[in-house]
Design a protein around this ligand. Structure first.
Ligand code: XMP
Length: 512
């Protein structure tokens, strides 16, 4: 495996993804706990991330000395390069200009990182983002590439197997970056690149059996992909020691609750308690219009219903959750200070503390796309595994104003037409998330010879890597008019359709 030491760069997660894409297991540890992670993981190599910090600042992060003492290969990226030079006897100075964005580097010499990829005297595009720069190399290093702003764009010490670069190979704006990282993990660290989902599945099953013994496990299904994949994997490990509870709040997309129930009961024969709590949720939402009040009510009620069901089945020793890696990576913060709550997210995160149970979280090392790959490996249907993300509070936060059964049904119909058209156009998988919002605005229209006064529907589709930032998706000409016509013709209660072009930031993906 590879240990990635995180110094707080915005893109550290991408390093982990690129390494895993090269078929090598990797984990990220913040620099503060990197020494422990290094001892526990016994990696075959270490990658040092970038950082907003400067090695010249008092108290800025350092590489634990154990890593340099181990004799293992190390790759430094951006700050990672600077901190390596600083600690190994080179010199870093405050940059007066810096390089930000696209840059071109000149290859000076051959280097194992460039194997099968780059040759001397060629020029290649990379992505830079740095102010400080290295001005003197530590002993044993040689420059192998330069750029106008950094004489030491890539440096190498072949004897110690230390390599470093000023640019970011992990971002897509460095087109050959993934292959540079693959060369490091395979050719320098000697890892074979055979980490696969099949292997992960087998290892996790053994681990779950060991953890659970003959205990009972309960799993809350949200109807989404993560909890479903976790449940199917756990069931494969321990069979009917697992019971799933699906709290159906009646705020799912068209047909999705039924799909989950059929999949679990008929396809996998996994014991499933399906709690139809639509009346309870809609009853509690009556008259509620404030977005945070909706979110809080739904989150709390979900937990209440789940707890009551857990009692009915006689409790359990373990609680299973579909927690993903991005939720568990401890973030490295340099700003201190409390961050503002934009939205209170609903997931089952509040449960463990309250129920005082041990957790089984078999997906906690995986990224979303890896969970999808594992789902496919476990035989979950593609249409299920590839679903767009769906928020815990469901359609309630896509109906600004009061949520009623009637408005949920209108939205479900319109949303289904929109998604059907997107699938037919072959666009579903290029879009991160697409959905309809039923606005509280009514507008005047004319249908046949009559006047209408009905709701305005908004369509949203965004592209995104992780949901943190997003851009509105540009549909091909003719697509939106076609969807608009179909919705107004087929869905009673909607007489006007608009498209939301707001990016995130400043907007958010969901409307509430
Ligand atoms: P926003 O609207 O904050 O959404 O830009 C970012 C991503 O998170 C999803 N989302 C949620 N997911 N529970 C979830 O599990 C929630 O309460 C929740 N609220 C928003 C949203 O759909 C988007 O993918």
């Amino acid at each position: 495996s590879i240990l990635i030491v995180d110094f707080g760069s915005q893109v550290t997660q991408l390093i982990a993804r690129r390494v895993r894409e090269a078929g090598v297991y990797s984990e990220i540890a913040p620099f503060t706990t990197a020494a422990e992670a290094f001892a526990r993981m016994k990696p075959k190599g270490v990658i040092l991330s970038g950082s907003p910090a400067s090695v010249l600042e008092q108290g800025s992060p350092r590489v634990p000395q154990e890593i340099f003492d181990s004799g293992l290969p190390v790759l430094g990226i951006c700050y990672g390069q600077q901190v390596m030079m600083h600690q190994l006897g080179g010199e870093v100075v405050l940059g007066d200009s810096g390089e930000f964005g696209r840059a071109f580097i000149e290859i000076q010499d051959s280097c194992v990182l460039f194997d099968g990829l780059w040759h001397a005297r060629e020029s290649h595009q990379v992505w830079m983002s740095h102010g400080d720069k290295v001005v003197r190399l530590a002993p044993g290093f040689r420059p192998v590439a330069t750029s106008p702003g950094s004489p030491y764009a890539v440096i190498a010490n072949d004897e110690r197997r230390y390599y470093a670069m000023q640019f970011h190979p992990e971002v897509v704006h460095t087109p050959d970056g993934a292959r540079l990282l693959a060369n490091f993990v395979r050719h320098v660290c000697g890892l074979s690149g055979d980490w696969t989902m099949a292997e992960f599945r087998a290892a996790k099953i053994a681990e779950i059996r060991q953890q659970v013994g003959d205990g009972k496990v309960i799993c809350g299904l949200s109807g989404g992909v993560d909890s479903a994949v976790a449940a199917v994997l756990i069931h494969e490990a321990i069979g009917d020691q697992l019971t799933c509870v699906f709290v159906d709040h009646g705020l799912m997309r068209a047909g999705e609750a039924e799909q989950v129930v059929t999949l679990f009961r008929e396809h996998y024969h996994i014991p499933l308690v399906h709690v139809n709590a639509e009346a309870l949720f809609l009853g509690g939402l009556a008259g509620v219009t404030d977005p945070e009040a909706k979110r809080k009510f739904i989150g709390k009620t979900f937990i209440d219903v789940f707890e009551a069901e857990a009692k009915k089945i006689g409790g359990a020793d373990f609680l299973a959750q579909g927690t993903l890696y991005p939720d568990v990576i401890e973030s490295v913060s340099f700003t201190g200070g409390p961050s503002v709550t934009i939205k209170s997210h609903h997931n089952v995160g509040g449960l463990p503390a309250r129920m005082n149970m041990q957790l089984v979280e078999p997906l906690r090392e995986l990224f979303k796309d890896e969970v999808r790959a594992l789902g496919r490996e476990l035989g979950l249907p593609d249409v299920f595994v590839g679903r767009h993300p769906f928020p815990g509070p469901g359609l309630a936060i896509r109906i600004p104003g009061e949520v009623t059964k009637e408005r949920c049904d209108i939205l479900r119909k319109a949303d289904a037409i929109y998604l059907e058209e997107i699938r037919n156009a072959g666009l579903y998988d290029t879009i991160w998330q697409a959905f309809a919002v039923l606005t509280p605005v009514r507008s005047v229209g004319v249908m046949g010879d009559g006047r209408t006064y009905d709701s305005v529907l908004a369509l949203r589709a965004v592209t995104s890597i992780d949901g943190m930032t997003a851009e509105a998706f540009e549909f091909p000409a003719g697509f939106l008019p076609r969807v608009s016509t179909r919705i107004v013709n087929e869905v009673r209660g909607v007489n006007r359709v608009t498209y939301d072009y707001t990016s995130k930031p400043p907007g958010t993906i969901e409307w509430e």
